[in-house]
Design a protein around this ligand. Structure first.
Ligand SMILES: [Zn+2]
Length: 326
């Protein structure tokens, strides 16, 4: 029997790492998700990724599939030609300089492509997701951090040094709070998961009445953006106020992008997209308030179609695109 061709998509995020076997039409045949544990340093994170990929290769072998390439999206700035991490915030300690491509290529002997997770996610949405068939769009992924992928005339825009799309570190408050990157007032510091958790935990300590209390069962360590979104969807006033504030800041970031690029579509992806239609309800007016008057009639903001799978599917899209070009 002829083996089914597939690629292995890897999505390294600040909270979780996912791997998947994906065919050339974007169908997922097998996937694994694990917590990203950075406590033992970058080498141990890398070893964990190698182990997860090895398991996917083994699964492929046992199920009449063959892995033709590996694609990976990682947080931080990536030198995509060398496949090395050139910059990462303290979310990934020791990650700068990690020669990911070399390590994976030696280990698995297939072509390896790697890029920043925001760019990779945009590729996935353009391939089979919310931006399928759209030539000019920006995909913003809000999770542990905030990143984006800009697609212009059907091509991913990487910028001069490859670092285009780092919207998470765009200043939205000149004298704002400190960000993981060392700068002040970055979008990341207002809408990233840790900023939401910090804000909610502080309010809970002060005794705010909210359904979040029931969900965390008295343990502040259980506060996650998801507990906030679920409570907001149930009409909880405090959770709604948190989501409204996050949306206001995100709206400023999106408005800056729209005013600069005039894209046809903005796709919201990452953990924040789990807030669903409610998120759009808050974000749309916040954006509308700040964009060029001619663009207001054209604002088109959608949620991801690929949900949690956007990262691995995008990583597969990257691997397949590079296979086709080589
Ligand atoms: Zn920053």
């Amino acid at each position: 029997m002829k083996k089914k061709r597939c690629v292995c998509g890897v999505d390294l995020g600040g909270t979780k790492t996912a791997t998947a076997l994906i065919d050339f039409h974007g169908n997922i045949h097998h996937k694994t998700k694990k917590k990203t544990d950075v406590s033992d340093g970058a080498k141990s994170v890398m070893a964990g990724i190698v182990g997860m990929i090895r398991d996917e290769f083994e699964y492929a072998d046992n199920h009449e599939m063959i892995v033709n390439a590996i694609g990976m999206g990682s947080g931080g700035c990536i030198d995509k030609d060398k496949g090395v991490v050139s910059y990462a915030t303290s979310v990934f300690p020791g990650w700068i300089g990690m020669p990911i491509k070399d390590i994976l290529q030696k280990e698995f002997d297939v072509p390896v492509s790697i890029d920043n997770d925001g760019k990779v996610t945009a590729l996935g949405e353009g391939w089979i997701g919310a931006a399928k068939g759209v030539e000019n769009f920006v995909c913003i992924a809000v999770g542990t951090g905030v990143t984006s992928g800009i697609v212009i005339s059907g091509e991913l825009y990487r910028g001069y040094g490859g670092y285009a799309g780092e919207i998470g570190h765009a200043s939205i408050e000149m004298n704002g709070v400190e960000c993981d990157c060392g700068n002040y007032g970055c979008l990341d510091a207002y809408v990233g998961a840790s900023s939401i958790i910090k804000r909610v935990t502080k309010a809970l300590k002060k005794g705010v009445k909210t359904k979040i209390n029931d969900k965390i069962k008295g343990d502040l360590a259980n506060v996650t953006p998801q507990t906030v979104f679920e409570s907001a969807q149930e009409g909880d006033e405090f959770a709604l106020s948190v989501l409204a504030e996050v949306s206001k800041y995100l709206g400023v970031g999106i408005a800056n992008l729209i005013n600069t690029l005039n894209p046809e579509l903005i796709v919201l992806s990452g953990g924040l997209a789990q807030a669903g239609e409610l998120l759009l309800k808050f974000v749309r007016p916040a954006v509308k308030q700040r964009i060029n008057v001619q663009a207001t009639g054209q604002i088109n903001i959608k949620l991801t179609k690929l949900g949690e799978e956007a990262g691995v599917i995008g990583a597969a899209a990257l691997a397949i695109t590079n296979m086709e070009q080589s």
